[in-house]
Design a protein around this ligand. Structure first.
Ligand code: 5GP
Ligand code: ZN
Length: 113
């Protein structure tokens, strides 16, 4: 969709720090991280929010949910993470392209043990 910043990221029209990508999804690091690890997982298809999902999106959403743990593991979040999706005006959704925030902290590398 024209003028959608996340569609532009999905199409590689603007750069992002990509954490995961396949034909249906892309995950990239948030520009303004709210946690030591803050990645956004989006469908490449433009869907405005959870409210805009249809039956047609069932497989896509199942795929996205099952990918989260793999993406989190790739980010070193084996010890836990949060997943958040701000939906609509009262939730302060600023980008109108469905996205799942994946938030966590990297496993401590120091002190050892
Ligand atoms: P929302 O408040 O809509 O749930 O979150 C939108 C998120 O997108 C924010 O955390 C914001 O920092 C992030 N964001 C907005 N524009 C860009 C961008 O151009 N690149 C990246 N990597 N993140 C963005
Ligand atoms: Zn979009």
């Amino acid at each position: 969709m024209a003028d959608c910043i996340f569609c532009m990221i999905a199409n590689h029209e603007i750069p992002s720090n990509i954490a995961y990508e396949d034909d249906q999804l892309i995950a990239f690091h948030d520009l303004d991280p709210q946690a030591p690890v803050h990645v956004l997982l989006i469908p490449k298809k433009h869907i405005e929010s959870l409210d805009a999902l249809t039956e047609e999106d069932k497989d896509l959403m199942g795929h996205a949910m099952l990918k989260i743990r793999e993406i989190a593991a790739g980010l070193g979040l084996e010890n836990g993470y949060r997943v958040v999706s701000n939906n609509g005006e009262d939730a302060f959704q600023t980008v109108k392209h469905l996205h799942f925030h994946i938030l966590g902290k990297r496993k401590m590398l120091w002190p050892p043990g």
